[in-house]
Design a protein around this ligand. Structure first.
Ligand code: PLP
Length: 454
């Protein structure tokens, strides 16, 4: 379908040719012309259990028959209560409440509002700012855009600076913003949080939000050991809440329940969305530690939080519950860790053959590839070459769905892609993914006549 035939506002322009898949099965998506695509990004890091799982379709159908909708002002629903039990059991110790919302943006928006109310209820209403990092994306509401540090997002959008939130450097060791090396850097990137809090005034800061392993905006940047322990210490010292933003990393994608489980740290809140329902229905979660929850328990008035009409929608909760049952029954989080190691290893072998791959990184099935023109100096390609876009277009032609961004080098330059297939991917399918990726890279290099230093 072309742009002129579609009555959908704006989006068809975005991808120029509007492909229309007819169905998906496992890790593949099929279009109306019968072409198959290996979904190497799981529909933007969403799909955990694969396309076309009948158990989930049945659970959705059954819930639709039983009760399609009920509002939280008077009611809860059985799927919501059962899902809350499952989610809090998976969460780090002490995180014993969860609020369901509709998306990643609304999850981060709600976490921000919880942080504001938390401080207000404790007699500290001046704490209203949220600190985040460059190379981050937190959503598309005004508040979450203001949190987002990605230049790609900030440069292309309307007046998000209505809320002028502070940002600190991302813990990107491969392109260290300070030109330092771990461990002699002594975690300069974490210490920047303390400096920024001091500069802004500790009495003005409500929370720090960070993806434990950076997703799309940085393609699986994994902070060094000790980073989040240091962050936790700083947050505690200044009475600031730590929000672990797990829209992508939550519910198994990194091979553990939550991304923050790779460090010895318990956050105050976790926001998580994508793998919760594996894309079968829209839902997001804000998981809350009891030290925050207790403040709300003691409140003398009703706090109007997360009143979105569709928050905790029974059909979305039923879908997510079926997905989490499926994940557990098939041990898919453990499998994600194992197959993720295999895929990363194969991609590292590909990096040895392809001189424009500078770095392969990540945990589980959240694997990033960063492209450079000089592996010695880590010098990125100029943004004007549009390497990321060319890789995505060529991949699609080769039957491989890819997604990437840029900016991890200089803030503007620095192309990278994020590989995040469903957790059910097999070794043979990983090999197919790598083969298609290699073909794509060769074609892009050839078309741009790229010369890279070894
Ligand atoms: N946070 C991260 C890390 C994301 O990747 C996304 C979306 O891709 C969001 C937040 C926003 O989520 P949503 O698009 O569901 O609002």
């Amino acid at each position: 379908m072309n742009e002129k035939q579609s009555h959908v506002f704006n989006t068809p322009r975005w991808h120029k040719t509007c492909l229309m898949p007819t169905h998906g099965k496992g890790i593949y998506v099929y279009d109306s012309e019968g072409k198959s695509y290996l979904d190497a990004i799981g529909g933007t890091h969403v799909i955990s259990i694969g396309h076309g799982v009948t158990e989930v379709a049945d659970a959705i159908a059954e819930q639709s028959r039983q009760l399609c909708f009920i509002h939280k002002a008077q009611f809860t629903s059985e799927p919501q209560e059962r899902l809350a039990d499952v989610v809090t059991a998976m969460a780090p110790e002490g995180m014993d409440r969860v609020g369901f919302v509709t998306s990643g943006s609304t999850a981060n928006e709600m976490a921000f509002q919880v942080a504001l109310y938390y401080h207000q209820l404790r007699g500290k209403p001046s704490k209203y700012k949220i600190i985040s990092r460059w190379h981050s994306y937190h959503g598309h509401t005004i508040a979450t855009l203001a949190m987002s540090g990605s230049r790609f997002v900030r440069n292309s959008l309307p007046p998000f600076d209505l809320l002028n939130f502070p940002h600190i450097q991302a813990p990107h060791c491969y392109q260290c913003p300070y030109g330092l090396t771990y461990p002699s850097c002594q975690l300069a990137c974490a210490n920047e949080l303390a400096r920024t809090i001091e500069q802004e005034g500790p009495d003005t800061i409500a929370a720090f939000i960070a993806e434990p392993i950076i997703g799309g905006a940085g393609s699986a940047i994994v902070p060094p050991p000790g980073y989040y322990e240091k962050i936790r210490e700083i947050c505690d010292f200044y009475d600031i809440l730590f929000i672990s933003e797990e829209i992508i990393t939550g519910f198994g994608r990194t091979g553990k329940n939550f991304g923050i489980d790779h460090w010895n740290v318990i956050p105050d809140m976790i926001t998580a969305t994508k793998a919760l329902s594996s894309g079968y229905a829209p839902i997001g979660a804000v998981i809350i530690h009891k030290r925050v929850r207790e403040i709300f328990d003691h409140a003398t008035k009703n706090i109007p939080l997360s009143l979105f009409t569709y928050a905790g929608h029974p059909i979305s909760c039923a879908a997510a519950l079926a997905v989490q049952n499926y994940l557990a029954e098939h041990n898919l989080i453990e499998k994600c860790a194992v197959i993720g190691k295999y895929l990363k290893n194969e991609l590292q072998k590909l990096a040895a053959r392809e001189s424009f791959i500078g770095d392969v990184r990540g945990e589980g099935l959240l694997i990033g590839i960063e492209f450079v023109q000089n592996r010695e100096t880590h010098q990125p390609f100029s943004r004007s070459l549009g390497i990321t876009e060319k890789i995505m277009q060529t991949g699609l032609k080769n039957g491989l769905i890819l997604r990437g961004r840029f900016g991890t080098g200089t803030g503007v330059d620095g192309d990278h892609i994020l590989i995040s297939p469903p957790f059910i991917i097999t070794e043979a399918q990983c090999d197919e993914l790598v083969e298609k990726l290699e073909l794509t890279f060769k074609e892009v290099k050839q078309s741009l006549n790229l010369v890279c230093a070894e």
